[in-house]
Design a protein around this ligand. Structure first.
Ligand code: FES
Length: 143
């Protein structure tokens, strides 16, 4: 039987995480191919509806990656994104999906290695959780 390969959607800020992903590629740093990147002008654009829609459309995991706190080019976009990720965690719990399937990260454009680590970390986490269709009330109550 083949190993479960999760589908992970990454909402990445153009100025940091997207640039870091680009840098990881330029540095030839290997990371799992499970992630699909959506480039945003700022993570402040990552509406809770988009995050939920990613799950509805088949993602097993989602992460939002924005600039370091205090370094958002739009001042508070990354702080708003963090609140939305926390809000979506609550929504997921309510619908019986493990809230560990979504996470917020902060990094700079120079952190190509860190981007690869984040992808590795999320891929490993979601592999352990299994497909999103495996989630049930029991699992979410334990978290
Ligand atoms: Fe990067 Fe706002 S500009 S998170």
């Amino acid at each position: 039987m083949s190993e479960f390969e999760p589908k992970i959607v990454a909402f990445c800020c153009n100025f940091c995480a997207f640039a870091a992903a680009d840098l990881a590629g330029a540095m030839r740093i290997q990371y799992p191919a499970n992630v699909r990147i959506i480039r945003l002008p700022c993570t402040g654009k990552a509406d809770a509806l988009y995050l939920m829609k990613a799950f509805e459309d088949g993602a097993d995991g989602v992460f939002v990656a924005g600039c370091m706190e205090g370094e958002c080019h739009f001042l508070r976009g990354n702080l708003r994104a963090k609140k939305r990720v926390d809000y979506v965690k609550k929504l997921l719990r309510e619908v019986g999906i493990n809230p560990q399937r979504i996470e917020m990260f902060n990094l700079s454009s120079a952190m190509g290695g860190r981007f690869a680590e984040i992808v590795e970390e999320m891929t490993q986490r979601i592999k352990e959780l299994g497909p999103v269709s495996n989630d049930g009330c029991k699992e979410t109550l334990e978290t």
